[in-house]
Design a protein around this ligand. Structure first.
Ligand code: DI6
Ligand code: FE
Length: 413
C-alpha cells in the first residue's frame, strides 16, 4: 500500500529502533531507520533508504542523529497514591523486624491507610505528582495505579479519583486498579469475611458507578486474603466485566495464581514463590507474570522468582516498580531494568520487553501500546545511547532526550 505521506504529522529520521514487536528474545532492531506519526498513531516504519518523498514544509521532521527509539515505557504495577511514608518501619527492619512482623503488629499497610484516610484529595494529589513526574521523566508514558490504602468506600473512591486526576496533569495514560482487598482495615480485624462482603457489595459497585476502575486486584497471601476470599472478589469483578489481577506468591504460595488463571486474569504479580502448576496455569490462560525487583531488593527477599520455568513455558514477563511506601519506595523504572538483570538475571532484551510489550500485556493494552509498530499509539522514547542494552546496564544518568505521547512531543532536551 502506498503510504499516505500527506497525512504525516511528525517524522523521525536517522534513528535506530528497538521496536519490541517480535518477541521478548529480540529487540526487533531496525538501523538507520525512520518512523512517521499521524493523528497520534505510528503510520510508517522503515529504513531511511526506503523513505518515500515527503513535503518538508508540511511535516515536523526530527533528526535523531543516530539515537535510539523505543516504545514509551510502561510501569504496569504501582501504588503511587498514598499518604505519609514508612521510613520509621525501614528503621525497624534495619534493627531486625521483618515486613510480616510489622504488618502483624498493626504497622505496614494499615499505617499507610491511616495516613491516606487523613489526607484530602488535594494532599494525595500533591504527594503523588512528583512520583509520577519522576517516572515520566525517565520515559514512562503508561502507568497502572492501584487503590488499596483507603479500605473503605469513601477513601478507595478518593484514591481512584486522584489517580484519574493525575492523568489530566501529566501526559501519561493511567490505568486504575481497584485493590480494596489489599489489607484488612483495623475496624474489621476480627471479621475478615464481613470486610470482603463490603468490598464486593459496596465498594466495588461504588467504584464502578463512578467509572473509576479498569481492573480489580487482590493481595492473596497469608498476611492478606485467603483463596476463598480472593475468589469472592474475582467473581464480583467478573460479573461486572472488569478484568482481574492478583498479588500472589510474594511471601508464600497459597495458590493465588492458579485461582486467578481460572478467571483469565491479566497478570499475577510478584510470584517469587510460584510453582510449576501455577506457571502452567498462567500459560494456559494467557497471563503475564509481573516481576517486581524493587520489592525483592527492598525486603531483602532471597527466594528468586522462577525465571527459568517462566521462560521454558513461554509466560510473558513484565517488570514494574511496585512503587509503594512499604515494600518498594522506588520511583525509577530505569533502576528496575538494571535490577531485573542484576538480581533476576533477565537478559537486557527480556528486561526491556518487560517494560514495553509485556507491560502492555499485563494491562490489557497489547494491541495499542508497548511496541513501535504501524497502527500502534505513538508513545515513543528517544534515548542517547549506542545500543539498547545500555538502558539496563547503566543507572543514574538519564539518557532520555525526547518523549512523545500519542504523537505529541512532551519532553525534549
Ligand atoms: N504487595 C506489595 O508489595 C505492596 N502491596 C502488596 O500487596 C506493599 C504495600 C505496602 O507495604 O504498603
Ligand atoms: Fe504491589
Amino acid at each position: 500500500m502506498t503510504p499516505n505521506v500527506s497525512s504525516w504529522h511528525t517524522l523521525f529520521i536517522n534513528v535506530n529502533l528497538a521496536t519490541m514487536s517480535d518477541d521478548s528474545t529480540s529487540y526487533g532492531e531496525l538501523h538507520q531507520a525512520a518512523l512517521a506519526v499521524s493523528h497520534g498513531k505510528i503510520v510508517w516504519i522503515g529504513e531511511m533508504s526506503t523513505l518515500p518523498a515527503y513535503n518538508v514544509d508540511e511535516v515536523n521532521v526530527v533528526d535523531g542523529k543516530g539515537k535510539w527509539l523505543t516504545p514509551g515505557l510502561i510501569d504496569c504495577h504501582t501504588h503511587i497514591v498514598y499518604g505519609g511514608n514508612r521510613a520509621n518501619e525501614f528503621e525497624m527492619r534495619l534493627q531486625g523486624a521483618s515486613y510480616e512482623d510489622i504488618a502483624n503488629a498493626g504497622g505496614g499497610i494499615v499505617s499507610t491507610v491511616s495516613a491516606t484516610r487523613a489526607a484530602s484529595e488535594e494532599m494525595l494529589f500533591n504527594q503523588a505528582l512528583p512520583r509520577l513526574k519522576a517516572l515520566h521523566r525517565q520515559g514512562v508514558t503508561t502507568i497502572e495505579i492501584k487503590s488499596g490504602y483507603g479500605l473503605d468506600t469513601e477513601n478507595e473512591v478518593k484514591m481512584l479519583k486522584v489517580a484519574t486526576e493525575l492523568s489530566k496533569h501529566i501526559p501519561v495514560t493511567v490505568k486504575r486498579t481497584f485493590l480494596g482487598a489489599h489489607a484488612l482495615p483495623v475496624e474489621y480485624k476480627d471479621n475478615p469475611n464481613v470486610y470482603v462482603d463490603l468490598v464486593c457489595n459496596e465498594m466495588l459497585p461504588a467504584v464502578i458507578d463512578q467509572n473509576l476502575a479498569d481492573a480489580v486486584d487482590v493481595f492473596c497471601e497469608n498476611i492478606g486474603f485467603t483463596r476463598a476470599q480472593t475468589e469472592q472478589v474475582f467473581k464480583a469483578a467478573s460479573k461486572a466485566n472488569l478484568p482481574v489481577k492478583v498479588h500472589a506468591e510474594q511471601l508464600s504460595n497459597i495458590g493465588g495464581t492458579e485461582l486467578a488463571a481460572q478467571f483469565n486474569a491479566l497478570s499475577s504479580d510478584h510470584v517469587e514463590y510460584l510453582d510449576e502448576a501455577g506457571i502452567k496455569a498462567m500459560k494456559d490462560s494467557n497471563m503475564t507474570a509481573v516481576l517486581l525487583p524493587g520489592a525483592f531488593y527492598f525486603l531483602r527477599e532471597t527466594q528468586l522468582p522462577p525465571i527459568a520455568l517462566l521462560r521454558e513455558y513461554g509466560v510473558p514477563m513484565a517488570i514494574a516498580t511496585d512503587a509503594n511506601p512499604g515494600s518498594s519506595p522506588v520511583h525509577s523504572l530505569q533502576l528496575m531494568l538494571n535490577m531485573a538483570c542484576t538480581l533476576f538475571r533477565l537478559t537486557p532484551t527480556e528486561a526491556l520487553a518487560g517494560v514495553t510489550c509485556n507491560g502492555a500485556k499485563a494491562l490489557g493494552l497489547a494491541k495499542s501500546k508497548g511496541q513501535l509498530a504501524v497502527g500502534y499509539d505513538a508513545d515513543i522514547a528517544m534515548w542517547d545511547i549506542c545500543q539498547p542494552a545500555e538502558l539496563c546496564y547503566q543507572y543514574g544518568v538519564n539518557p532520555l532526550t525526547m518523549l512523545v505521547k500519542e504523537g505529541s512531543i512532551v519532553i525534549s532536551h
